[in-house]
Design a protein around this ligand. Structure first.
Ligand SMILES: Nc1ncnc2c1ncn2[C@@H]1O[C@H](COP(=O)(O)OP(=O)(O)O)[C@@H](O)[C@H]1O
Ligand SMILES: [Mg+2]
Length: 276
């Protein structure tokens, strides 16, 4: 089976001096949930823009669902890939939240009679039901991010790229959107590529790519990547709260606690309690 996204020996530079992206290769299987982490300026958004053909690579290839990205294929391929940009202000076209979600659906040839229900469902899934008639420009940063996510969720493309799309939400808002993304992935088999600083989200993904100065520094499951705490620290990256908590508990002698997510912490604490 063709991977959803296959990036091979990709290099890109904005200027003459030095490469922003240097010989990057990775493969994202269909239906998988991958996160990309890396400090600010490591080239994450640049890779997202290269994948959707907004920027053109100096060398290397990108294949989406088996087809090479070229000026000839880019428009067709974009119908399979939805992206939520880092800055939600760049994403709005409609004069109301409902119009904005509708606009994306029209572009995806969704029949008129299905549209209203889809708009309402996707707005509800990100907690924005009360804002359907609001003007996007009047919303807070976090609300804009929710609407941008709703617009993409409504379209259910084969692949969704999230570029720090919950960065302006509070921890509760993040957790709720992360749960939506995970549900969408589990239920609809959508391929997710999420660029994030939210280590709780990374912990719920299947595969992690660590970018550093435009190079893939590390790659693996969340467990494998978070085991390299010293190396992550060097790159100014953190580990999830659940893992920090586990380590503290292990120091206190509770060797059976080793969790990456809060759900795992709760389960393991309950098991511990039932043994005593
Ligand atoms: N339009 C641009 N022109 C010139 N340099 C840019 C542009 N956009 C980003 N850069 C530079 O490219 C590098 C990677 O940026 P970016 O991909 O936005 O990183 P990240 O998303 O990981 O924070 C940074 O050094 C940034 O300053
Ligand atoms: Mg970025």
């Amino acid at each position: 089976m063709n991977p959803a996204i296959e990036v091979s020996n990709l290099s890109f530079s904005y200027t003459e001096e030095g490469n922003t992206i240097q010989d990057v290769s990775f493969s994202i299987p269909k239906g998988s949930y991958t996160t990309i982490i890396g400090h600010n300026g490591s080239g994450k958004s640049t890779i997202a823009k290269l994948i959707i053909g907004l920027l053109k690579a100096q060398s290397g290839t990108i294949r989406i669902l088996g087809t090479e990205l070229t000026p000839e294929t880019v428009y067709d391929l974009r119908s399979h890939v939805g992206i939520v940009f880092q800055n939600p202000d760049n994403q709005f076209i409609g004069s109301t939240v409902a119009d904005d979600i509708a606009f994306g659906l029209e572009n995806h040839c969704v029949p008129q009679e299905d549209m209203q229900a889809l708009i309402e469902k996707s707005a509800a899934s990100v907690g924005m039901s009360d804002f359907l008639q609001a003007e996007p420009t009047h919303l807070s940063g976090g609300q804009k991010q929710r609407v941008a996510i709703a617009g993409i969720l409504a379209m259910t493309p084969d692949i969704i790229i999230f570029d720090e799309s919950t960065s302006m939400l509070d921890p509760q808002g993040k957790a709720s959107i992360n749960a939506q993304i995970k549900r969408l992935h589990d239920e609809k088999n959508i391929t997710i590529l999420s660029i994030t600083h939210d280590m709780e989200e990374v912990a719920q993904s299947q595969h992690v790519i660590v970018l550093n100065h435009g190079v893939v520094e590390m790659e693996g499951t969340p467990k494998e990547v978070f085991a390299q705490e010293a190396m992550l620290k060097k790159m100014q990256l953190d580990i999830p709260f659940a893992l920090k908590f586990s380590k503290a508990m292990q120091k206190e002698g509770f060797s059976s606690i080793h969790a990456l997510t809060l759900d795992e912490v709760v389960n393991q604490l309950c098991q511990l309690k039932s043994k005593h």
